[in-house]
Design a protein around this ligand. Structure first.
Ligand code: FES
Ligand SMILES: [Fe+2]
Length: 352
């Protein structure tokens, strides 16, 4: 896991005045929206007895602990301890970590790290989110796998015709070769373009957008450190863009929050069709990602075998290694989501 980045950790619509716990990077965060509409993010662990502040309540824009009602300001300082006589001062250590927050592209982003504001990597530019011609749907999937594996899965060209035979991959021959491609590096990320030939057997809704007479499919795949993927697919009659933030809950569990945009069939009445297909696609991907071992991608590039179609994931690995070498790694041993070693069923939740 990497520190010193902005993490898109929740859909903006899901953060309201009632506090909510977010699990990420082996930590717990309490998020709430104050009366001015600003999102506040605090460490979800009271310094008094460790209770989860997210079970408390918001009062005057501050958060009250559910156990002894200590009051925490948005900057994490404690301003009231009800059990104290008025003359008793508040201990200096009675404070919780507060995190910088931005809301952008329909997400709440938390900065996790120790860089001053001016030195922080920016949130990537994602212009699709401001394009009124694109219709979005929102959904999320929990996967029992390390986020480096789920992210790599999302930027992998060569698995589509193999893993997705039950969905959109069925349009290809099973043994689809991948043309050699170049990786373009951009600030904090990389991308590659591919022209898939012979997408001749579209299934499901793709039958309506990929014409057999024009069987070429153009795809651009991008990644942005630490955990974002974007897939843009162009057919003869439209564009489909999949965006995902692979939220590392802990070293074995990832919550992928996704937005899919489409330029065709933009009526919301068509949404259930896309949700259904995406649920199947997510299950197809989860099966392989959950099988990968070791859980995280290896530190040593030579520990796995690479071929030309892996060029984009190699670029991701190398870029990630650069930041690990700079000391931006977090080695979290916390297993928040399943502390007793139970495996988590992959599941998909639709966000309305
Ligand atoms: S545990 Fe939070 S006030 Fe006591
Ligand atoms: Fe996939």
């Amino acid at each position: 896991m990497l520190k010193n980045f902005w993490y898109a950790c929740e859909f903006s619509s899901a953060v309201i005045s009632k506090p909510k716990q977010i699990q990420m990077l082996g930590e717990r965060f309490a998020l709430y929206r104050n009366p001015q509409g600003r999102v506040v993010a605090l460490k979800d662990q009271c310094p008094h007895r460790g209770a989860a502040l997210s079970l408390g309540w918001v009062e005057d824009g501050c958060l009250r602990c559910p156990y002894h009602a200590w009051k925490f300001e948005a900057d994490g300082t404690c301003s009231h301890i009800p059990a104290n006589q008025p003359s008793v001062p508040i201990p200096r250590r009675a404070r919780v970590d507060a995190y910088a927050v931005q809301e952008k592209y329909g997400f709440v982003w938390i900065f996790y790290g120790d860089l001053p504001e001016a030195a922080r990597p920016p949130i990537p530019a994602l212009p699709e989110f401001d394009d009124p011609g694109l219709h979005p749907i929102y959904y999320e999937t929990k996967v029992n796998a390390h986020y480096t594996r789920t992210l790599e899965n999302a930027i992998d060209f060569a698995h589509i015709s193999v893993v997705h035979t039950g969905t959109f991959g069925n349009g290809f021959d099973r043994e689809q070769t991948i043309e050699e491609y170049d990786v373009s590096e951009e600030a904090w990320g990389g991308n590659a373009n591919i022209l898939f030939q012979q997408y001749t057997k579209p299934k499901g809704f793709l039958k309506y957008v990929v014409r057999p007479s024009s069987s070429q499919v153009r795809a651009k795949i991008s990644f942005y450190l630490p955990n974002i993927n974007k897939l843009e697919v162009s057919f003869a009659s439209g564009r489909l863009i999949n965006f995902g933030t692979h939220i590392p809950i802990d070293e074995k569990t990832t919550l992928i929050k996704r937005v899919q945009f489409r330029s065709f069939l933009t009526t919301p009445m068509a949404d259930p069709l896309f949700y259904r297909t995406n649920a199947k696609v997510s299950r197809e991907d989860s099966v392989v990602a959950e099988s990968e071992y070791p859980y995280a991608i290896p530190h040593n590039l030579a520990d796995e075998v690479h071929v030309p179609s892996d060029a984009l994931s190699l670029a991701y690995r190398k870029m990630r290694h650069r930041y690990l070498a700079m000391g931006w790694g977090i080695d979290s041993q916390n297993q928040l989501a399943h502390p007793n070693g139970h495996s988590i069923e992959s599941s998909l939740t639709l966000i309305n």
